[in-house]
Design a protein. Sequence first.
Length: 323
Amino acid sequence: MSTSGPDPRAIFGERRRLIALAYRLLGSVAEAEDAVQEAYARWYAMSPRQQEAVEAPGAWLTTVAGRICLDLLGSARVRRERYVGAWLPEPLPDRTEWTGGPEDPADRVALHESVSMAFLVVLESMTPAERVAFVLHDVFRYPFAEIAEIVARSPAACRQLAASARRRVRTAHAPAGATATSTAAPTAATAPTAATAAGQADLVRHFKEAWEARDIKALVGLLDPDATMVADGGGLVGAALRPVEGGERIAQYLIHMAAKAPGLTLLERTVNGRPGLVARQAGTTVTVAAFGLAADRVTHVWAVRNPEKLRAWNRDTARGVAR
């Protein structure tokens, strides 16, 4: 009997998919990589005979990684209660704007299949079990029987968890087009058409130009009157500790921040698959802004300023020049 075990290349080939799954579940590249690394450590801790007994190594790794993420989500909720200010998911650059090589996080997460910042924020409102059931079923198309093994509940209970998560998506105050319908997979439902994407890019460009010109009237005109801005500084840099609500207040806040940061350069970049802005100062990315857009207005601004969440943007990620 052969003792070679499963093909190591096939086992390692699961890593990219597992990172993509873990990032959606955790909203953090570092935590996603740690979770997947732990799953692989458990695989390689088994004897060759034990590995050979596993009929589907990919499914085994997914189950183990899912359980690790579920545990991390429970502890993360406690940590985030102590987090200074608002907590936002870690933003990622687009693969086409990344120059760090094939082993970089943006490539492993496969952003062309990922979800928007708006959708990740909606996922944060779910319980850990809802999030795991919803992401595994609606995004990765895993059957409820397999999900049940991860969350330690019956398939029927997992079906209810996913249904509850869909209701949260439908009722979330996310931009139109940023959340899925009750049955469609988020990655398919949230992908904008070419025309919509072009319109979104134009709106973000106008927003950038108004911000650069410190034209408060133009900014107010681009912002929905009920728009909301959330900033994540993590207590490490200056950021509004509470959401800034109302288009006029957001415009005033942005102008105030620009006045306090001379030499700030704004770049149009893709943030989690959507048009966004990157603010750089002295060659360092200090803010990555994602937008919720609807009806030719900006409805949400998510500004990540915590430097620990901007490491992917400070490894020579920007390509080209500011437009």
